[in-house]
Design a protein around this ligand. Structure first.
Ligand code: ADP
Ligand code: TYD
Length: 210
């Protein structure tokens, strides 16, 4: 039986996750693989509908608990319909954000234990490898704001949240040192992409060697 490789990208808004996830997918395709590039919140029809509920509208639209339930519902659907089937086919799944984002964003108001309990109950899956794209929050926010989309509910929490999230993600990398690899995102796209490819190629090699 083949099992695929589950990769996630994490980091603050505007750090370059989506750009790098796309570039990695293109590079792996060039290597003859057939990776699945997906994202959270979203990645399946139902989860994409939930995406609009959590990313649009006023910052106080949901209580922290309701927001956590919505993100978890979206993740469960994504897992059932997109991630698990692709891994069962032996494919590489590249996911732009996953459960670490809930640990950080929904866990930010003293709810980290609740996030972990709900994760164990409803998700129970971690990526094989997580790329944490780390960078200065002010520059990342500037990049994110330049995009101007309707999905700005979290960006509207502002720089203080970005700073808190950056520190939190780095702490998380210390908590899960075998899974989370920190990459300096404050460099050219090419330099960041090369570092990420090196880490992923090593993980693919390890998987081939059992
Ligand atoms: P994220 O998914 O982390 O929010 P994106 O990949 O969407 O970040 O990048 C945010 C913006 O910054 C985009 O406009 C993108 O083109 C730009 N960008 C991404 N990587 C870099 C980089 N290394 N240097 C400069 N700009 C970048
Ligand atoms: P995303 O579309 O990845 O935005 P960006 O490309 O700007 O990083 O995610 C949108 C927001 O959703 C982001 O600010 C973080 C938030 N989020 C959570 O709060 N919890 C989660 O579990 C996920 C997946 C995202």
């Amino acid at each position: 039986m083949t099992t695929g490789l589950f990769l996630s990208f994490e980091g603050i808004d505007g750090s370059g996750k989506s750009t790098q996830a796309r570039r990695l997918a293109a590079r792996l395709e060039n290597d003859g693989l057939s990776p699945v590039l997906t994202r959270e919140p979203g990645g399946s029809d139902g989860a994409e509908e939930i995406r609009a509920l959590v990313l649009q509208g006023a910052t106080d639209r949901w209580s922290p608990e309701t927001e956590l339930l919505l993100f978890t519902a979206a993740r469960r659907d994504h897992l059932e319909r997109t991630i698990r089937p692709a891994l069962a086919e032996g494919r590489v799944v590249i996911c732009d954000r996953f459960a670490d984002s809930s640990r950080m964003y929904q866990g930010r108001q003293g709810l980290r234990d609740t996030v972990d309990t709900l994760h164990d109950l409803m998700i129970g899956t971690e990526p094989d490898l997580t790329v944490l794209v780390d960078m200065d929050p002010a520059s990342a926010l500037k990049r994110a704001k330049a995009r101007a989309t309707a999905e700005e509910r979290f960006e509207d929490f502002g720089l203080a949240l970005q700073e808190q999230m950056r520190r939190g993600f780095l702490d998380l990398a210390t908590e899960f040192p075998d899974r989370i690899h920190v990459i300096d995102g404050d460099r050219s796209e090419d330099a960041v992409a090369d570092d990420i490819y090196t880490v992923v190629a090593r993980a693919l090699e390890q998987r081939r060697n059992g």
